[in-house]
Design a binder for this molecule. Structure first.
Ligand code: HPA
Ligand code: ZN
Length: 319
């Protein structure tokens, strides 16, 4: 569906399509343990978040130069624009690259090369959100933040992703305090596989403005009441939730119940190369599988602009 929308939950590394992965592997002399793009696609069958993350991190081996990151982001922005995305807030995982010897500056400047051109080339405005890997240490997150200081003019917000269970938001209090002091906005993945308590912690301890996923909030009526009262945006990703088996089928997804409850929900694609669809595909899929009307879809699209880190003028132009 090409209704104008903002994408607020999108991991740029999760837009690496098999064809681009093979092209970059060849360009960089990296051996992939798959004979073809078809064989790689067949590996996209996940039992949970971790089984996806294993492949997601492994395939990043092909990303080495600034140009690789620029090509990745430009390919995403072209696809997103074709599906009605006018504004994209893009996550990246610096530690997944620095751990492989790719400097943080290569990642940020490569992505920025594509993002800077996106308004003119694709009609898409952008923000960049630097995520910490929650299954790495709090010290590693702080070191990453310090290393990013020369690049903070490129970065709008910090986020928290990777394996959730056993890594509560409170582990990252210090780095979120440093980010807030530096004037950055804050978001965090919470309530994807982890419990509603992690959503509360993200709000209370990390001071986040948006919750990424948040679907397990529905298990806790008091938390739902709070999220409704404060209109905290939840960046929900139904195709991801089905592929990672957080939800059995799309028809079982809590999205309609979340809207009925009055939650400030947005619809997003998470890792579209792996989960079977970009932003427009996601709107089409939920429209086909769930009892949602035209007004619900318009509300989801409107919410995406209201929840974006845009100032008022930019918001009006993007819509
Ligand atoms: N959850 C946590 N970490 C991630 C995800 C996700 O859905 N996608 C990429 N990193
Ligand atoms: Zn995510």
């Amino acid at each position: 569906m090409s209704i104008p929308k903002a994408e607020l939950h999108l991991h740029i590394e999760g837009t690496l399509e098999p064809e681009l992965a093979f092209a970059l592997a060849e360009r960089n002399g990296v051996d992939l343990p798959y004979a073809s793009t078809e064989e790689l696609r067949q590996a996209y069958s996940f039992s949970d978040l971790q089984s996806f993350l294993d492949l997601y991190y492994a395939l990043m081996a092909v990303l080495r130069t600034e140009q690789d990151f620029a090509d990745l982001a430009d390919a995403y922005l072209a696809r997103a624009a074709a599906q009605g995305v006018r504004h994209a807030e893009v996550f990246f995982d610096p530690q997944a690259h620095t751990a492989r010897g790719v400097p943080l500056g290569t990642v940020v400047e490569g992505l920025a090369r594509a993002l800077d051109r996106a308004p003119e080339r694709h009609g898409v405005s952008t923000r960049l959100i630097m995520c910490f890997l929650r299954d790495e240490s709090a010290e590693s997150a702080l070191e990453t933040f310090e290393a990013a200081r020369p690049h903070l003019h490129r970065i709008s917000a910090v986020g928290l992703d990777s394996a959730e269970v056993g890594h509560p938001p409170s582990k990252f209090r210090a780095v979120y305090e440093a980010a807030a002091a530096a004037g950055l906005r804050r978001v965090a993945h919470a309530g994807e596989e982890g419990p509603p308590a992690y959503v509360r912690e993200a709000l209370d301890v990390l001071g986040v403005e948006r919750i990424d996923h948040g679907i397990r909030s529905m298990e806790d009526p008091d938390l739902v009441a709070r999220l409704v009262r404060d209109q905290v945006p939840l960046t929900v990703c139904p195709l991801s939730n089905v592929r990672l088996r957080c939800v059995d089928t799309l028809a079982d997804h809590p999205l309609p119940a979340m809207l009925d409850a009055g939650l400030m929900v947005t619809l997003n694609s998470d890792d579209p190369a792996y989960f079977g669809g970009y932003a427009g595909d996601t709107f089409d899929a939920v429209a086909g599988a769930l009892p949602l009307g035209e007004d619900d879809l318009r509300r989801l699209a409107r919410n995406s602009f209201l929840a974006a880190f845009l100032d008022d003028d930019e918001e009006l132009r993007a819509r």
